[in-house]
Design a protein around this ligand. Structure first.
Ligand code: ADP
Length: 452
């Protein structure tokens, strides 16, 4: 059973882990999809507002074309190198003005987003005639080739569009053509937050479902463990009570068989001895049944018949009766109180105190000391024995119903695990408390505190 529970827990943990991995994968995929969707949205919206540069400022654009032409012609004359031409193209005076204009356009037309951008020139090719192409430069998008914009790096930016432009001109009566290609990169400030906000519903839903699954799992496993504990306790109880019932029943069976013999019936002494045995076994069976019945009541169902009594007298009468039953046990009293009047149920408390005393004998004591004193305005009764003691890790369960400390062989000492449970219930019904101090091999001390 324990192995099956462990297996079940193992499987459930793996299943939970797989489910969580799938969930994380789905959230990641949804995130990537949202990012792609966001990029497409930004691309479309930007495409609508900057379809071509003349939308922004046609005068400046034509000034830029004039500059390209004059630089190219100087290059063709041999007055400028390719590098000079490139530097001339990239360091134009119109740069700042166009950057500001595009920025303002973004702010006006896309007020929901804060956009940084860069337009970089990737290609500049000069066609002197249709066949002859002179590539001034052709590079991958590169922030150093920035024409306009306020981005310092392309690392976290995405491509919005590429723009290919052609300009025609004549140089020394020959037609030439300029081909330029530039790309616009943008980066939306706080884009991660925008996407996370768009995913709030998915995130909350998946966190909620994972939390629900984990809680359900924990509840189910706890219920399973508790059920297993209850079933173990029941099995132990059935084993114990069967064992307890077998001995008196076997003795009764043998006794009746003996009584059936005529020679036994004729001898008074033998006859009385058998009848005494039958009566003792009958009492034992009755006690067992009473014990089970008494413990079937819950703490709040116990009806106490309280009366005012002198606690020390009451304890002394129990001690004296006990001495008669167990003459070999050295039972001593050490009362540090006198004539304390308490309101108690004598019947139930007698049984409870006897349970503690009988346990001391059952679990190996020869000497028992019963002490009374006043502790923090409470009447304290302690039963100190020199028996086998109780391991520290078992002490928390002592007052549980049916709990018995395993002693190797379960039936070494008889018992149903109900004695201390009963003590606890009765003391609690008196609004008192019971605790234990013990060390394995060094004896045990049970202390009962009652209201004065
Ligand atoms: P039972 O005696 O029928 O087993 P109890 O509820 O009276 O049940 O006691 C629970 C367990 O506590 C016992 O099984 C025993 O192991 C331990 N125990 C109780 N009293 C003592 C004691 N005085 N010394 C050592 N162990 C004790």
């Amino acid at each position: 059973m324990k192995q099956r529970i462990n297996l079940l827990i193992g499987f459930s943990v793996v299943a939970l882990f797989v489910l969580m991995t799938v969930q994380c994968y789905l959230v990641k995929t949804a995130y990537e999809y949202k990012v792609a969707q966001f990029h497409t949205q930004i691309k479309n919206e930007i495409a609508q507002i900057t379809n071509n540069y003349s939308d922004i400022d046609s005068a400046l654009v034509s000034r830029k074309e004039m500059l390209y032409k004059s630089l190219s012609e100087k290059y063709m004359k041999g007055k400028k190198s390719k590098l000079d031409l490139k530097n001339g193209i990239l360091n134009t005076q119109t740069q700042n003005i166009i950057t500001q204009k595009i920025k303002r356009k973004f702010e006006k037309d896309l007020p929901d987003f804060k956009i940084d951008f860069a337009i970089v020139l990737n290609k500049f090719i000069l066609y002197k005639n249709e066949q002859e192409a002179d590539t001034i430069f052709s590079e991958k998008p590169f922030i150093q080739n920035k024409l306009y914009g306020n981005l310092a790096s392309l690392n976290h930016a995405f491509l919005v569009r590429s723009y290919v432009g052609t300009t025609n001109g004549t140089f020394e009566n020959e037609e030439y053509k300029l081909l330029t290609e530039d790309s616009m990169y943008v980066s939306v400030i706080d884009w991660e937050m925008i996407i996370l906000r768009r995913m709030t519903f998915i995130l909350i839903l998946s966190l909620f479902s994972i939390a629900t699954l984990i809680s359900l799992f924990v509840i189910a496993i706890r219920a399973l463990i508790k059920q297993k504990k209850v079933s173990d306790v029941k099995t132990d109880f059935i084993n114990n009570i069967t064992h307890e019932l077998k001995t008196p029943l076997a003795t009764l069976g043998i006794s009746t068989k003996i009584l059936a013999q005529k020679n036994i019936r004729d001898n008074d002494e033998n006859f009385n001895s058998i009848v005494n045995t039958i009566s003792r076994q009958n009492n034992r069976l009755q006690n067992l049944i009473d014990q089970v019945m008494a413990n079937s009541l819950a703490e709040n169902e116990i009806e106490l018949q309280k009366e005012k009594i002198e606690a020390e007298d009451f304890l002394l009468s129990i001690v004296n009766d006990f001495k008669i039953t167990f003459p070999k046990i050295n039972l001593k009293t050490d009362f540090q109180t006198e004539k304390t009047i308490l309101v108690l149920d004598k019947f139930h408390l007698t049984t409870a105190f006897l349970n503690v005393l009988e346990n001391a004998v059952k679990y190996g004591s020869n000497t028992i000391i019963v002490k009374t004193k006043i502790v923090e305005k409470q009447f304290s009764i302690s039963f100190e024995d020199d028996g086998i003691g109780i391991a520290k890790n078992k002490q928390a369960f002592l007052f549980d119903k049916f709990y018995r400390v395993e002693q190797g062989n379960l039936h070494n000492t008889k018992g149903l695990g109900l004695g201390l449970y009963y003590v606890d219930q009765i003391v609690k019904a008196h609004q008192g408390s019971v605790n234990v101090i013990s060390d394995l091999g060094k004896g045990t001390q049970f202390t009962i505190l009652l209201k004065v």
